[in-house]
Design a protein around this ligand. Structure first.
Ligand SMILES: Nc1ncnc2c1ncn2[C@@H]1O[C@H](COP(=O)(O)OP(=O)(O)OP(=O)(O)O)[C@@H](O)[C@H]1O
Ligand SMILES: [Mg+2]
Length: 327
């Protein structure tokens, strides 16, 4: 089977311990949960689990639950029959069916509705579900590997994630340590990404990082973890043209420039804490926004209506209600 070999790099105790756990869990035909901050390598670990499992020669199907709207996720997972909803012109297999015999990696599991979570639980327990628009039960054999970068246990306590599903997934939970907790891995990873990028640029040589750069790599807190490190290193190598000299300049923030345009983000609206009278509060907001639109359009009511996405008559009604109509 041909696949793009992704080496897994790391030698820190925390990382090696995690890899041990992966090797123990991979051959077990049980669901698994991978948790960790963004960019820590959850998808890479999911692939490793699949390829170390007896299902390695069967499909590994991946889906990011946050990348699909709530309404489409159910059909994406479980498939649908023709005509089951407006856009469903043909029968379509869901990811569970495509993954039959293999593994299904569901990223960002927290982004699922309770109804979908319940259906997922039933597939894990009994291998059964119905396609949307069908009353016939479909049976599949799929190993589920879930991932989350939020605290699912806390969400379950708050009633925002089904605890029965969490219990089932938590047969084993693999927690990926953030990069700041395994600083021994920073340089091996940086060198790996640097060499790969050099090859990609057709350079025969990577002359290493000079000591000042090494120190900066080690000092940076890497909130975006391995993905951030990879991006920083690739950009640095790409900008470093004297390939036979060690890298002596690094760009941690590509937007850093004296000419950077000023931030345009409006200050966040203040949300007051209840108790308050909601109707009264909304009325005041409405009045203030109408007033603001009038000011911006210098009293031109047609323009003010347009600014607020209202018809002229709707705006007139609002102005009258708030005693602003006389202008
Ligand atoms: N230990 C590692 N060795 C080599 N490459 C790694 C390692 N960990 C992560 N990477 C690389 O870093 C990038 C991010 O990893 P990955 O996509 O698996 O993270 P993630 O935890 O799924 O992130 P997110 O939460 O944003 O989805 C990928 O390009 C991956 O190949
Ligand atoms: Mg991911």
């Amino acid at each position: 089977m041909i696949r793009d070999e992704q080496p897994v790099i790391g030698e820190s105790p925390a990382f090696l311990e995690m890899l041990d756990q992966v090797s123990r869990a991979a051959p077990m035909d049980r669901p698994l949960l991978i948790v960790g901050e963004r960019g820590t390598g959850k998808e890479l670990v999911a692939e490793r689990i699949h390829f170390l499992s007896p299902r390695w020669d069967q499909p590994l199907v991946k889906l990011n639950c946050a990348a699909i709207s709530e309404s489409l996720l159910e059909s994406e997972l479980f498939g649908h029959e023709a005509g089951s909803f407006t856009d469903a012109t043909q029968r379509r297999l869901g990811r569970f069916e495509t993954a039959h015999g293999g593994s299904l990696f569901l990223d960002e599991l927290a982004n699922t509705t309770p109804a979908v979570q319940e259906k997922i639980l039933r597939v894990i327990e009994y291998g059964q579900f119905e396609r949307l628009g069908s009353s016939r039960t479909t049976t599949v054999d799929v190993r589920l590997i879930g991932a989350a970068n939020v605290d699912l246990a806390a969400l379950a306590e708050q009633g925002r994630f089904r605890s029965d599903l969490l219990d089932r997934l938590a047969f084993d939970v693999i927690t990926l340590p953030p990069l700041r907790a395994r600083r021994e891995d920073i340089l091996p990873l940086a060198e790996h990404f640097a060499m790969r990028m050099s090859r990609e640029l057709g350079r025969s040589l990577f002359a290493g990082f000079d000591p000042a750069i090494t120190a900066r790599l080690l000092d940076h807190p890497w909130p975006g973890n391995v993905r951030e490190l990879k991006n920083v290193v690739e950009r640095t190598i790409y900008r470093h043209e004297a390939a036979d000299e060690p890298v002596s300049d690094i760009v941690l923030d590509p937007f850093d420039s004296p000419w950077r345009p000023a931030s345009q983000t409006a200050p966040k609206a203040q949300i007051p804490d209840p108790p308050l009278d909601l109707r009264d509060h909304l009325n005041q907001q409405e009045k203030a926004l109408a007033q603001r639109a009038l000011d911006l359009s210098r009293g031109h009511q047609g323009q003010a209506a347009e600014l607020l996405g209202l018809t002229y008559d709707q705006l007139r009604g609002i102005l009258r209600k708030h005693g602003l109509a006389g202008r």
